[in-house]
Design a binder for this molecule. Structure first.
Ligand SMILES: Nc1ncnc2c1ncn2[C@@H]1O[C@H](COP(=O)(O)OP(=O)(O)OP(=O)(O)O)[C@@H](O)[C@H]1O
Length: 204
């Protein structure tokens, strides 16, 4: 893989007058990162901004020197977050079919097998358990093999086997991986560079 760079430049974000970041500067290359910090410090918000799913108040987000809003860049990003609302009226299979069509990738048979998700495919998203919702969210993030993989608390709610499989998969992942987590499997893992948002930002 060629050199990769996700740049966050003087990024500011507020919600209803509450400032989450002020002029945040960060760079992510082809490595593994774990964003840490106490509840509410802005970890999920940062991932959504970095994926171009949340508007910034000011600042820039560049993926390989192109703005994250550039349509072509979207194909390089995979994101999983419980804050991303999935269409409840579709089945998981319909959602994955649509996603694979949009991202021009094959249906992720192997990933489905690894996450023991086959039986859930024909169920509407509305009826999925929390762990199954996490799995469909992960499948959507992983299936097009993005260069930038952004995972918000990826192990939360997963059963033991799926969790073990995911950790091993991420260990082998060769692109830029950014996870947010409160879990020791990432925080105490020397393969992940820790980024403490509270030490960087102007949070109150
Ligand atoms: N859509 C929204 N509207 C208003 N405030 C929001 C919204 N989304 C997030 N916030 C606020 O922004 C701040 C950062 O939230 P965020 O979810 O990014 O934190 P976090 O670090 O991921 O938290 P946690 O560890 O609990 O998951 C919080 O104060 C939260 O209440």
């Amino acid at each position: 893989m060629e050199n990769q760079l996700l740049e966050i430049i003087k990024l500011s974000k507020s919600y209803l007058g509450h400032q989450v970041f002020s002029e945040l500067d960060l760079q992510f290359s082809q490595q593994k990162y774990c964003i840490v910090g106490e509840n509410g410090c802005g970890k999920t918000t940062l991932l959504l901004l970095a994926a171009g799913l949340e508007p910034a108040c000011s600042g820039e987000i560049l993926i390989d020197k192109k703005p994250v809003t550039d349509k072509a860049v979207r194909f390089d990003i995979g994101i999983s977050s419980d804050r991303i609302v999935l269409p409840e009226f579709l089945t998981s299979k319909q959602l994955l079919d649509f996603h694979c069509q949009q991202f021009c990738c094959p249906f992720p048979e192997e990933l489905i097998k690894a996450l023991h998700f086959a039986k859930q495919l024909t169920k509407p998203i509305k009826g999925l358990s929390l762990g199954s919702l996490k799995k469909i969210s992960l499948l959507l993030a992983l299936c097009h093999q993005p260069k930038y993989l952004l995972l918000d608390e990826p192990t939360t709610g997963l059963d033991k086997l799926s969790r073990e499989w995911l950790l091993a998969y991420l260990q082998r992942y060769n692109g830029c991986l950014i996870v947010t987590s409160h879990e020791a499997c990432f925080i105490d893992n020397s393969h992940y560079r820790q980024i403490n948002l509270l030490q960087l930002g102007d949070n109150d």
